[in-house]
Structure formats: C-alpha cells, structure tokens
Design a protein around this ligand. Structure first.
Ligand SMILES: Nc1ncnc2c1ncn2[C@@H]1O[C@H](COP(=O)(O)OP(=O)(O)OP(=O)(O)O)[C@@H](O)[C@H]1O
Ligand SMILES: [Mg+2]
Length: 259
C-alpha cells in the first residue's frame, strides 16, 4: 500500500504574467498539523486551490495517497476525502449555521433525495444519523447558543466558525483551513485550536494557513514557508523562528503593518 500523504509536487501556477507558485511542494500527513505561512501574496491560497481542484496547476502534480489527482474537479477531490475552508467564507448567508454544517455532511450521503422524500426507512435512519452528527460538530465548536441564527446575522468570527464546522462535518481525511482564525475572538480561537489539535489526534491531516505565529507554534508539528511562490523553509515552528530569512520576512511584515 502506498504511503498516506496529500502532496503538492513542484506546483507552478501562473496567471498571465503573474507567477503565483513557482515549483512549490508541500506534504500533509495523517495525524499532523502542517502550517503554511508566508507574506501576503506569497501563494498560500493559490496552493490550496491547486490542492483542491479549484485551479489546475500550470505544471506539477497533486498526489493523494500516491494517486495523481492533479486537475480533478473540486467535488471529486472532496469525495476523495479532502475538505477545505476559504479565506473569504463561502456560505449561503440565508441559511442557519446548523444547516450549513448539515450541508457539509453531503459527501457522505448514501440515499438519494427521492428516497428521503418518499420517507424510505433507510433514508430516514440516515437523516437521523446526519442530524446527530451535525449536532455533535455544533456542540464541539461551542455553537449551540447561536447555531439556529441566520448566517447573515452572525459576526464575521462566527461565520468563519460555521465554515470550519462545515468542513469538519465532511469527515474528511485531510482538512485544509485558510486563515480560520482571522477576525475571531479569543474564546473562539481557543475552541478552534483545541478542535484542530483534536482532529489531528484522531488521525486527520491538517494544512493550516495562519498569520498568527503563536497559534502556529502552539498547533503545528511542522511548517512550510512560502515566499514569492517558492518554499523557502520546511521544518518545525521553532526552526522557522530561528531561521533568519523567515524571521526577516515576519519582522518586515510586522514593521510594515505597524506603519
Ligand atoms: N485568480 C487570479 N488571477 C490573477 N492573479 C492571481 C489570482 N489569484 C492569485 N493571484 C496572484 O497570485 C499571487 C498569490 O496570491 P495568493 O492569494 O495565493 O496569496 P496568499 O499567500 O494567499 O496571500 P494572502 O496572505 O494575502 O491571503 C498574488 O500575486 C495574487 O495577486
Ligand atoms: Mg490567501
């Protein structure tokens, strides 16, 4: 059996004259949290899009447990066991948080819409199971008190939590989170951090894009640092902290943000 790993291999992605990724590689392994960090515009979201079928790389490969899935459609990638969130949440704002989480369970539905409409016993049992699983994720993410509110009424932090919860509900083997902590409060951040660690402890491979370096240090088993579309460091968060080039990028960003 081939090794279990989700990999980007030498991925290049160009948009006209813009080189967003210039031969980037990353490995996400079951049970590990891999941080993907780098300045704004360094190619992190583009790499997510290449890994999940939203973009077909100009060249290079995406491998899932040894199988080449480069350029497969997003729904195929999802069915194969990879769930993701978006930097800008993509949720129907007219639905409730809980229903959005329920939608995340869709890749696992076995019975069709008609069977459920006809009230066939198997379909009803499955519906009960799915509802129970959605409620379990809602509880784990501490969303109970506001899960039935319409998404349009929620703060950005809570909208983000809904999106993360929906991705978690997909029960994927690999979970890709694009800045899940952006704009969320301290309490929500703690719930999120515990949940991410818990998912990895249950054997899920997590790829985490995050600008908050303390969160990266706390959560990640390893980090990959991108700059201008290329990997400039791969190792532990501690190693990244001691790497002069990486820290210069971070300090440069912090200094720029302070001005
Ligand atoms: N669809 C697109 N068309 C043209 N250029 C794009 C497109 N998507 C991304 N880019 C460019 O590719 C580069 C990498 O962008 P990307 O969004 O991947 O960066 P990022 O690391 O996620 O940044 P951020 O931290 O701001 O989210 C940038 O120069 C960006 O402008
Ligand atoms: Mg991004």
């Amino acid at each position: 059996m081939s090794e279990q790993v989700l990999s980007a291999r030498d991925v290049r992605m160009t948009f006209g004259g813009v080189v967003a990724l210039d031969g980037a590689s990353v490995d996400v392994r079951p049970g590990r949290v891999c941080g993907l960090i780098g300045r704004n515009g360094s190619g992190k979201s583009t790499l997510f899009n290449c890994l999940t079928g939203f973009l077909k790389p100009t060249s290079g490969h995406v491998l899932l447990d040894g199988r080449d899935i480069t350029g497969h459609a997003p729904h195929e990638v999802m069915r194969a066991g990879i769930a993701r969130t978006f930097q800008t949440p993509r949720i129907d704002f007219q639905t409730t948080g809980r229903d959005a989480v329920l939608c995340g369970l869709y890749p696992q539905v076995r019975h069709g819409f008609l069977a459920s409409l006809l009230g066939l016993p198997g379909a009803l049992k499955e519906e009960r199971e799915l509802n129970g699983r959605a409620d379990a994720v809602v509880a784990r993410m501490h969303m109970q008190s506001w899960a039935t509110d319409q998404v349009s009424k929620l703060s950005m932090g809570r909208v983000r939590s809904v999106e993360v919860a929906r991705a978690i509900a997909a029960d994927a083997r690999y979970l890709l989170l694009d800045e899940p902590a952006a704009g969320i409060g301290r309490e929500e951040m703690k719930v999120l951090a515990d949940e991410i660690r818990g998912l990895a402890d249950r054997g899920i491979g997590v790829l985490l894009v995050e600008h908050n370096f303390s969160l990266i240090r706390m959560l990640c088993d390893e980090v990959t640092v991108l700059d201008a579309g290329s990997v400039i460091f791969r190792g532990t968060a501690e190693g990244a902290r001691r790497d002069e080039r990486v820290m210069q990028l971070y300090l440069g960003t912090a200094a720029a943000e302070a001005t």
